[in-house]
Design a protein around this ligand. Structure first.
Ligand code: NI
Length: 239
């Protein structure tokens, strides 16, 4: 009988030791996590993804953004919203911005004033339907704009400072290296949520930019933080 009590006590001790080690391991992991958090005073960077959403690619990018608690801006085509409403809602729920990239990826410089306004307004109507509000920023396809576009698109026109040419499939490590070495204070990085290689590169690009101290902002946050004087943005009324 006494043997059984001893054995039970020994077993209880082992269970306690095991639970202690387990809880200790968890608290060590928790203590390490905040060290990887984004530097609150770091240089600003705006990652931008155009021409989507393409749910498989876009979802992978959103997963990486969520994992690291950082944001980006998606310049969405109005024609690609229907049937992909859940992707847009997730973008917003993660603190990402949705910008207007026209309805049909038109070269706005080839359109009349009325057609130009229609490309923007039809897209904003889709955003209103899904999100309850229009976009605050526009990226003209190909970066093309002229006086007619300026007059008929009364939004900040967002271009870019770094063109990754990732709309064609790219070697993932080359793309990663290119973005990480090109990133500077105030960079607006042009990418596309269209190719698997872009989404795969995000697995490395995001943690590497965080390690370099960058602070991720949306384009509207970049405009606000720089008082509209950021590179690559044409504000309405600018010369
Ligand atoms: Ni585009």
């Amino acid at each position: 009988m006494q043997k059984n009590v001893k054995a039970a006590a020994m077993m209880l001790c082992l269970v306690c030791l095991f639970l202690f080690l387990l809880s200790n391991r968890d608290s060590r992991q928790e203590a390490v996590l905040p060290a990887a958090a984004v530097n609150e005073n770091g240089p600003l960077i705006a990652l931008t993804f155009d021409d989507g959403p393409y749910p498989n690619v876009t979802t992978h990018i959103l997963d990486v953004l969520e994992e690291h608690d950082v944001c980006a801006t998606f310049f969405v085509l109005g024609s690609r919203v229907a049937g992909r409403e859940d992707v847009l809602l997730r973008m917003e729920s993660l603190g990402c911005e949705i910008g207007n990239h026209t309805y049909s990826h038109a070269d706005l410089t080839q359109l009349s004033a009325a057609q130009c306004a229609e490309e923007i307004n039809k897209t904003n109507a889709e955003f209103e339907r899904v999100l309850g509000h229009a976009a605050a920023v526009v990226r003209p396809p190909y970066g093309f704009y002229n006086a007619t576009v300026r007059q008929n698109v009364p939004y900040p026109l967002v271009l870019w400072t770094v063109d990754t040419n990732d709309w064609k499939p790219r070697n993932t490590s080359e793309l990663t290296e290119y973005v990480v070495q090109a990133a500077q204070e105030g960079s607006v990085i042009l990418m596309h949520d269209q190719q698997d290689s872009t989404a795969e590169a995000m697995d490395a690009i995001i943690p590497e930019l965080i390690a370099k101290g960058f602070r991720f902002v949306t384009v509207s946050e970049l405009i606000a933080e720089t008082g509209g004087a950021c590179m690559a943005v044409k504000m309405p009324g600018d010369g």
